[in-house]
Design a protein around this ligand. Structure first.
Ligand SMILES: NC(=O)c1ccc[n+]([C@@H]2O[C@H](COP(=O)([O-])OP(=O)(O)OC[C@H]3O[C@@H](n4cnc5c(N)ncnc54)[C@H](OP(=O)(O)O)[C@@H]3O)[C@@H](O)[C@H]2O)c1
Length: 306
């Protein structure tokens, strides 16, 4: 019998909340959610009872929390396998560089490293061919016009050790450095997906980077200035409809669910797929196999140390 356990991070808000709602609309779905703020999980509890929805504490910016979460998921599964994993949580910091208690730059750890360590830990618990879908972003690619219009200039991979410290371009403004760190965390996500796909065995899970498009109105702008937050929630949802590459949390959440449940799954690994469910090219830099390997070695080292 195929597994009905799905795992989602970042399900308390934005696209993740839409995704959780779509998954739970199937009465056979059992959903495990990793939530940083227990108080925000109340919105999820309205979607299903504890027999189908399990909410476990997870702060991806803490390796201790991440590894404890992996142990709790393992215990919860009690020998069952995960049908899918949506590594979706993410944040954007446009203020000064913040280092976590583990010594990594917070955007890098929360958006990329925490999920990467979770994948290492949960690999034995993923069903063969299970989709493992990591939320990426067009901001990783300097060729994407819409991202450039918002001030992103693509990911800057300057070596795993420097990226992990947030040390990308010290000459840039504080805000630009924050945006570079976000774009770089997403470049890392895509480099990692390709590296995992190349390392995978035939009966392993399938790794996909999912670009949900620009979705104004989600909580992603929560650390921006008051005016920028207001525009993100009130102006951009209307204005951005005219821009290419724009979606909504509802539409992209629905596409995400189609991919995760295999209804729209093209059946491959190492893919970059956007919210229209088309396979689309990722940036030139994301194809660099040396960088992919360097990042995977970094992740394996961190995961082993825990
Ligand atoms: N919105 C866009 O235009 C856009 C475009 C491309 C990609 N994305 C990506 O889409 C994903 C979802 O973003 P969104 O737009 O839906 O934003 P959102 O509404 O802010 O949702 C982000 C989710 O991530 C969780 N999260 C943040 N930091 C975390 C941490 N340290 N540990 C655990 N959970 C954490 C948040 O939990 P809390 O509720 O506790 O804060 C929230 O559930 C992110 O990966 C983002 O980078 C968004």
């Amino acid at each position: 019998m195929s597994s009905s356990h799905h795992l989602v991070t970042g399900a308390t808000s934005g696209i993740g909340l839409e995704l959780a709602g779509r998954l739970l609309a199937d009465p056979t779905c059992r959903l495990v959610v990793g939530a940083r703020r227990p108080e925000a999980a109340a919105v999820l509890r309205a979607l299903a009872g504890p027999e189908r929805l399990t909410i476990l504490p997870l702060d991806l910016a803490s390796l201790a929390s991440t590894t404890t979460f992996a142990e709790l998921v393992e215990r919860h599964l009690a020998g069952d396998k995960l049908a899918s994993f949506a590594a979706n949580a993410g944040l954007q910091i446009t203020g000064p560089c913040r280092l976590t208690a583990d010594g990594y730059e917070e955007t890098f750890q929360a958006n990329f490293l925490g999920h990467a360590v979770l994948i290492e830990r949960l690999l034995p618990h993923l069903a063969p061919g299970a989709p493992v879908i990591l939320t990426a972003s067009g901001t990783h690619d300097p060729a994407i016009r819409a991202a450039r219009m918002f001030g992103f200039r693509g990911g800057l991979f300057v070596g795993a050790d420097r990226v992990a410290k947030g040390d990308l371009d010290p000459a840039a403004s504080v805000k630009q450095q924050g945006m570079d760190r976000y774009a770089t965390s997403k470049l890392c996500v895509i480099l990692h997906v390709y590296a995992l796909a190349r390392r995978a065995t035939a009966d392993g899970p399938h790794f996909i980077a999912f670009d949900p498009g620009l979705m104004p109105g989600t909580g992603l702008a929560r650390e921006r200035s008051g005016l920028e937050r207001w525009a993100w929630s009130n102006v951009l949802p209307v204005v951005a409809r005219a821009l290419p590459g724009t979606s909504t949390a509802q539409a992209s959440g629905a596409a995400y669910a189609e991919l995760l449940t295999g209804r729209a799954f093209p059946g491959g690994t190492g893919l970059h797929i956007d919210f229209t469910l088309a396979e689309v090219p990722s940036s030139h830099d994301s194809r660099c196999e040396d960088w992919q390997d360097e990042l995977l070695r970094f992740v394996e080292r961190v995961a082993l140390e825990r």
